[in-house]
Every structure is written in structure tokens, then in C-alpha cells.
Design a protein around this ligand. Structure first.
Ligand code: PMP
Length: 286
């Protein structure tokens, strides 16, 4: 995990991250009553910023938190984090983290407080250039034991955290989750499978976060000679797939070469991934 870059934003102020302080009564701390976004920035340009801001607005709406900023202010905040941390990330590749909590009340009460301003926090971290020649990663599977509103990008990530740690303990880099014998998603990624020249993803719904990266990848598929289908994916189909990909803003699109210790396809990044990865890398540069 890369160390965060030095300059952060907290409630309208730029300051050194090391000096940022929030109240212990903040509802993000007490209840994980908060939402967040992570935006990849390449060469100083945020990728899919419209999509991330739309999802942030939706997450806030679903939790009944008033959006503290308009679109222009969010964009300025992202640009400010990039600019102010540029000396620590001269290539302009960064991950920007934005978080909004329902704020800090004067005590602890489950019910929403009245007239409490949201807490807005932003920070950045270094991001490596996307590598279309990478060697892929290992994943494990586990039952999806998270809550029933995984479409909201909330900071209540304990389920995801525990599953990712289980993956790490098994020498893997991602945990792919199954609910009632069907694929949901990765602990911090969308999952796609490849069957021949067809990419298959499951439909959006309350069980999964609608990924921004998978949508970009989908738009690249036709030019890569790949078809795309959206349907529920049974566990047996996941295990038989020629290729498995994970996608996320920070990792881009990566091939899973081993699932629960068994090779996926030939156990090396597959041909469909190699094509899509080149197309994706081009997007990070243009
Ligand atoms: N699902 C989960 C649980 C995630 O944490 C992420 C990463 N934000 C994704 C899917 C992929 O979303 P995106 O491509 O927008 O980063």
C-alpha cells in the first residue's frame, strides 16, 4: 500500500494530511455513516470523472446526505489535490480519495442529526502507470456475507476488509464473492469472465457496486473483437471460464491467473485480456 501524498482537504481547508483532525463523534467513525469515491488520475487528468461524480451523488442520495458540493466544486477539489501533490507525484498518476460523512453531532444517536454539516475529506496517493503486460493475480473465492445494499459506495467495508484479508492470508490479491451459488463481485473490484471471445458480467443490482471501470472496458470490447453479455454467472461457470478479469479504478483491468489455487485457463494472462489491456492503457494516456 502506497503512502498517502502529503496535502489533503478537510471541510474547506487545504492542509498537511498529518495535521487533519476529525471529531470522534463524526458519524463515519461511530457508524460508518459515510460514502466515498476513488478516482484514478493519469498524467494529471482524472479518468471517468463524470461517472465517479454521478455515483457519488447517487450514494449520497441513497443515504439522505445532502451533497455538500456541486459538480464544479468536486472537480476543483480533485484538481486541487492533483496540483498540490504534484511535486510528490511528478508523473501526475494519482488515486484521489473523496469521502463525505453525515458529520459530527454533539452526541451518539443512531437517528440522523438535524442541521449538522457533512464532513468532507479528500486525499491522494501515488498510482503506478497501468501495465498491459502484467502477470496477473491470484484470487480466492468466499461466500458474500456483506449487507444487502452493496450498490451504495459506503465506507462500511468490514465485510470487504475481512475477505480481502482472507485472500492475503492465502497468498492471493483478491477475494471473489459468491452469493447463493452465483458471482457477485470482488472485495474491491468488479469481476468479468471470458468464454471464448465473449466477455460476461452479471447485471447491476443491490448486491454489487456499479463499477465505472467495467463500463469503460465494455465500451472498448467491440474494437477488440470481443462480444459482451450480461447475465447471472453460476459458480460452476466462473470456475470453467477461459479467463477471469477484475476491474477497478485503481487497478484498471487485471487478469486472474489462479482461482483458489487452480489455474484459470492456461494459468497465465489470456489473449482477450492482452487485447483489452492495450486498449485500456491507451485510455489512461489520452
Ligand atoms: N466493487 C467493489 C466492492 C469495489 O470496491 C470497487 C472499487 N471501487 C468496484 C466494484 C469497482 O468500481 P470502480 O471500477 O468504479 O472502481
Amino acid at each position: 500500500m502506497a503512502r498517502a501524498l502529503p496535502i489533503a482537504w478537510l471541510n474547506g481547508t487545504w492542509l498537511p494530511l498529518a495535521e487533519a483532525r476529525v471529531s470522534p463523534l463524526d458519524r463515519a467513525f461511530l457508524f460508518a455513516d459515510a460514502v466515498y469515491e476513488v478516482v484514478a488520475v493519469y498524467g494529471g487528468r482524472p479518468l471517468l470523472v463524470d461517472e465517479h461524480l454521478a455515483r457519488l451523488a447517487r450514494s449520497l442520495r441513497e443515504l439522505g446526505i445532502a451533497d455538500p458540493h456541486d459538480d464544479a466544486a468536486w472537480r476543483a477539489l480533485i484538481a486541487g489535490l492533483v496540483e498540490r501533490n504534484r511535486s510528490a507525484a511528478p508523473d501526475g498518476h494519482l488515486g484521489v480519495y473523496l469521502q463525505v460523512s453525515r458529520g459530527a453531532d454533539t452526541g451518539r444517536d443512531h437517528g440522523f442529526p438535524a442541521d449538522v454539516p457533512a464532513t468532507v475529506f479528500g486525499m491522494a496517493s501515488p498510482l503506478a502507470a497501468f501495465d498491459p503486460t502484467g502477470s496477473g493475480l491470484r484470487a480466492i473465492t468466499a461466500p458474500d456475507n456483506r449487507w444487502a445494499r452493496c450498490d451504495i459506495k459506503s465506507t462500511a467495508l468490514l465485510g470487504n476488509v475481512l475477505l480481502r484479508q482472507a485472500a492475503a492470508a492465502a497468498g492471493a490479491q483478491e477475494c471473489i464473492m459468491l452469493r447463493a451459488g452465483r458471482l457477485t463481485e470482488g472485495s474491491s473490484s468488479t469481476v468479468a469472465i471470458v468464454e471464448g471471445r465473449t466477455v460476461v458480467t452479471r447485471p447491476d443490482g443491490p448486491e454489487v457496486l456499479p463499477g465505472t471501470t467495467i463500463r469503460l472496458v465494455r465500451s472498448l470490447a467491440p474494437a477488440c473483437g470481443l462480444d459482451w453479455r450480461e447475465e447471472d454467472i453460476a459458480e460452476s461457470r466462473l470456475r470453467r471460464a477461459d479467463e477471469i478479469w477484475i476491474t477497478s479504478a485503481m487497478r484498471g483491468v487485471l487478469p486472474v491467473t489462479h482461482l483458489d489455487g487452480k489455474p484459470v485457463g492456461a494459468g497465465v494472462p489470456g489473449p482477450a485480456w492482452r487485447t483489452i489491456a492495450v486498449a485500456y492503457e491507451r485510455c489512461t494516456r489520452s
